[in-house]
Design a protein around this ligand. Structure first.
Ligand code: 13P
Ligand code: SF4
Length: 314
């Protein structure tokens, strides 16, 4: 958020006041604030829970609160709305969209099913509700290998992320038919970024997200979802890491294990849509109880099946 340039103390005071207003509204509305690991620091700091897509969808399914304020992008709020149709789901940044989710349509899925009638369809949660409704099961970066393994089919259509699909294929004996989507934030990393980071920080371990290109994954010490990266960094005795995912995760790591030294693989790895949320938008969403996210019931019923099937995979 752009804070008025009136000196550090005032900025802090504004932020404190805004945070208090959000807390009061949250209590009055019986709301929970969920934030993805890539959210701006100020948003992570006021959230009740911060996590990866899988953790947040589990919390959204289980929360007793009447209202869910989803600080993230469109597909995350949609997933919460599908899982909890009786709740009000607010997306403070209404225009926050995952560009990868826009790379596949429900008609694309139907066409692939016609071409590969024996194959199961696994959709990354980074998809629209319509795509989920056409899928057998969803997955996230935290459980993709387990989800594919849980299927009886020998052939799997994996959509839309080609990089996550290729990563899963490394561990699976199934024939994986790949989508052609990608995340531009992770696709941005190249072998050159890795080589430069290794020169700059020769002692550091490289940890990357599975949305990275195969050539980057090949050079990594560990590959995991956003929360998996946090757990890895915190659990290792090594002190220094290079982090190959969106830079918002660095704040999360710093909060949970402040002693570690983490370098971004690239300072340019920023998801602009994840950064659309700010404290003022969170406050406004709670005050006005909008923008609301809802999914038509006939789509939600089918999409829910695919998400719940994923949540059953442990
Ligand atoms: P995680 O599920 O690992 O948090 O990833 C979500 C995402 O959008 C990655 O780009
Ligand atoms: Fe989508 Fe990539 Fe942004 Fe994640 S980082 S929300 S996959 S565009």
């Amino acid at each position: 958020m752009m804070w008025p340039d009136r000196g550090g103390m005032t900025i802090v005071a504004d932020r404190v006041e805004l945070t208090e207003r959000i807390q009061r509204l949250k209590a009055a509305r019986s709301a929970v604030i969920l934030a993805h690991n890539y959210q701006p620091s100020e948003v992570q700091d006021i959230a009740d829970d911060v996590g990866d897509s899988l953790e947040l969808s589990r919390i959204a399914a289980e929360t007793g609160c009447r209202v869910i304020v989803f600080c993230g992008v469109d597909f995350m709020a949609e997933t919460a709305a599908i899982l909890s149709p009786e709740k009000v789901v607010l997306l403070p940044a209404v225009d926050a969209r995952c560009s990868m989710a826009g790379m596949i349509t429900a008609e694309d899925v139907r066409e692939l099913r016609r071409r590969y009638p024996q194959a199961a369809v696994v959709s990354y949660v980074n998809t629209s509700a319509e795509v989920k409704a056409e899928s057998d099961i969803c997955c996230t970066s935290a459980n993709a290998v387990k989800v594919v393994d849980s299927l009886q089919n020998d052939e799997v259509i994996f959509l839309p992320d080609r990089n996550l699909g290729r990563y899963v294929a490394r561990f699976s004996r199934k024939r994986i038919i790949l989508g052609s989507g990608y995340c531009s934030v992770h696709e941005h990393y190249t072998r050159q970024h890795v080589m430069q980071a290794k020169r700059n920080h020769p002692e550091a371990l490289l940890v990357v997200h599975p949305e990275c290109r195969p050539e980057v994954i090949d050079l990594a010490d560990h590959v995991a979802s956003t929360s998996g990266i946090v757990q890895y960094v915190c659990s290792r005795r090594e002190q220094e890491f290079v982090i190959g995912t969106e830079i918002g995760l660095l704040h999360r790591i710093q909060r949970i294990c402040p002693g570690k030294i983490c370098h971004p693989l690239s300072m340019e790895a920023i998801c602009g849509d994840m950064k659309r949320t700010d404290l003022e938008k969170v406050r406004l969403s709670l005050e006005r109880m909008e923008p609301r996210v809802s999914v038509p019931e006939e789509i939600a019923i089918r999409a829910r099946r695919a998400i719940e099937r994923m949540l059953e995979v442990r």
